[in-house]
Ligand binder design. Structure first.
Ligand SMILES: [Zn+2]
Length: 366
């Protein structure tokens, strides 16, 4: 147990341990990097180390504090319980009055974008002002252990208009508390917030390291571990949670859709396929677009060099090569530009399927 279990980004681990060792911990840290790269895991480990009863710049994983904080490692059921306690009929006011706070040790709070869970469709999950106000009050309490740690996962979902609550905390930094903000990229947060945090950017973990990690932690066969590591784009968390069969199915159906449109198949058939994709529930639509990008990139690579390694879709080489024969460079350029436009339209909430239909029909080579 301890920081040695953390995979990748060792420079950040050493910096955090150095702060703990010297008792010089800033009141706000910002961890940025792709989903699954380890931001939350390292934040939780830091909270354990900051309160471990035996160690100062590491954590034993066994003392009472470590045991309690360590439960945050699997937050799904804790979040479910928190939502159940608040009740399914939570309305907007209740959501602010009873902020969703995950707490397994009195000094360590985890805040996630509140999914609200009303019976009717609601806005996207976000960090609510009620959650921020609760942090604002609690940040100045004396810790029972050594340090209060507030982990704000999805800090980028905070409304910009609520950011002043947060800024107030940072303007009068609490002595024994640290806020750790997690976000995909620095520019997803207001400059005023960003500039008050000590920033750490998490780089993708090399695929070979993820592969050996999977070998030691899971019962995946070596070839499956290698594929999962390659598909994870450097995120151990993604590699761990990847459903290889589902991933292959989804990527194959996106490639099939590209192929159908290239060969100018009937729109009726194509639209039936886009309808299937647009209502994917397991995958966010953003991920589906990511699959289009990854397949287009591999098509580009294979058209430039037949020996390209296709790191994004190594298992679909034969299928990609076959589509690659039917297209040229201009088509790829047009397809990529179209995808960029679709991506930005969807960000403005234009209907998924309409956008996808228009995009796919523009890909025909005829
Ligand atoms: Zn401990």
């Amino acid at each position: 147990m301890g920081f040695e279990e953390f995979l990748g980004n060792q420079r950040i681990v050493s910096a955090l341990r150095g702060m703990l060792r010297r008792d010089r911990v800033p009141s706000a840290l910002l961890f940025t990097g792709p989903r699954g790269v380890g931001k939350f895991t390292l934040a939780r480990m830091f909270a354990e180390a900051a309160n471990c009863e035996r160690l100062k710049d590491d954590f034993c994983g066994e003392c009472a504090a470590c045991e309690k904080i360590g439960r945050l490692a699997n937050p799904v059921s804790l979040v479910e319980r928190g939502l159940a306690e608040r009740g399914e009929s939570a309305d907007a006011a209740a959501v602010e009055r009873m902020p969703l706070i995950i707490e397994t040790h009195p000094d360590v709070w985890l805040l996630i974008p509140d999914p609200v869970r009303l019976h009717t469709p609601v806005a996207r999950p976000m960090i609510r002002v009620g959650q921020l106000r609760a942090v604002q009050r609690a940040a100045y309490f004396r810790p029972q252990g050594r340090r209060r740690v507030f982990i704000l996962d999805g800090a980028d979902t905070m409304r910009w208009t609520d950011a002043d609550v947060f800024l107030k905390i940072l303007e009068e930094p609490p002595e024994c508390a640290t806020l750790i903000l997690l976000a995909p990229a620095p520019d997803s947060l207001l400059q005023t917030i960003r500039s008050r945090c000590l920033q750490f950017h998490f780089a993708p973990v090399p695929s070979g390291e993820i592969e050996s990690f999977l070998e030691s932690r899971t019962d995946l066969k070596p070839a499956e571990g290698k594929l999962a590591a390659q598909l994870s784009s450097g995120s151990p968390g993604v590699a761990l949670s990847l459903d290889l069969k589902e991933s292959a199915r989804l990527r194959t159906s996106v490639l099939r859709l590209i192929e159908q449109s290239v060969s100018g198949e009937k729109y009726g058939d194509i639209f039936a396929a886009t309808a299937q994709l647009a209502k994917q529930e397991k995958e966010s639509f953003e991920n589906v677009l990511g699959l289009f990008y990854s397949l287009l990139t591999d098509l580009l690579e294979v058209s430039e060099s037949p020996k390209a390694s296709l790191p994004r879709n190594p298992d679909l080489r034969r299928e990609i090569e076959s589509v690659g024969k039917k297209i040229n460079w201009q088509w790829l350029l047009r397809a990529t530009e179209g995808l960029d436009r679709l991506d930005s339209r969807l960000r403005r909430n234009i209907g998924r399927q309409l956008g996808l239909d228009a995009y796919v029909s523009s890909l025909s080579v005829r």
